[in-house]
Design a protein around this ligand. Sequence first.
Ligand code: PHE
Length: 337
Amino acid sequence: IEREALNKIADAESMKELQEIKVAYLGKKGSLTSVLRGMGKLSKEERPVIGEFANRVRENITTSLDEKTESLEQMALEKQLEKETIDVTLPGRPIKVGGPHLLTKIIEEIEDLFIGMGFEVREGPEVETDFYNFESLNLPKNHPARDMQDTFFISKELLMRTQTSPVQARTMRAYGGDKPVKMISPGKVYRRDTDDATHSHQFTQIEGLYIDKNVRMSDLKGTLDTFAKKIYGKDREIRLRPSFFPFTEPSVEMDISCKVCDGKGCSVCKGSGWIEILGAGMVHPNVLSMAGYDPDVYSGFAFGMGPERIAMLKYGVNDIRQFYTNDIRFLKQYHKA
Ligand code: PHE
């Protein structure tokens, strides 16, 4: 019995088999158990001898079972470790890195450029009063020029600002009417437009305002020329065309000479060779005096531009909605631009 049991234990390949062997020999109906049970029938002299022998066999089998159990467990562990080994020579999975949005980048680029010319950056509220968005900018109630900007009204006096120009009035008031102002103000603006490739009901603007004694049109032109050359390249020219804004007089629109560049190279754009990029002008005397500045002492210029438009012309983006639909394939192209 002993030899048979030890052989079986040696051959066993699983815990289940070992368990079966244990039952077969040492269980209640096991073969060794029945030998021990039969002890009663033996004579007095035989009993201790056979008993001792049978107990030794029982111990040997038990020890052998324990050892085998341990070695099977060890093997199972080794197998598992082998399976879970990490191959340190495999290339790692790349970590996806984000980047600033194209619009954020162009706004920061424009900010840096104007900070370099001594402008400070200021912000104003997107929910604005009728007073700051219109009246303080020489657009009294029922003025026909209000129709130039279709407005989301929240109430009779509150609206979503249609332009960043209210920050002009807010800043001048904050300065108290007696100090020069040199600021730009980037931010979101809202208009009741139907979204298409060139319109969005929400877009961004950057306002610029310079107030001091003796600020002239030539200062405006020089500042805008510097801006255009820094953003688009030294070979760009600007031209100012007469225009109308209620808060500037005279008012102009600025064009830049245009080249359209794609992956293959650059060519001069179609049409006149000029492309409109922003509105500007000399701050209207009414706007100055409403904000507490004496128009006989102070003068200034203001401009307003759309960063989307600036970026579209710079990078050849042909649909303004690309800035807002968060298509990662579009945005990713500009992470290293
Ligand atoms: N606020 C004007 C617009 O949204 C742009 C502008 C700003 C024009 C400042 C002149 C001076 O169209």
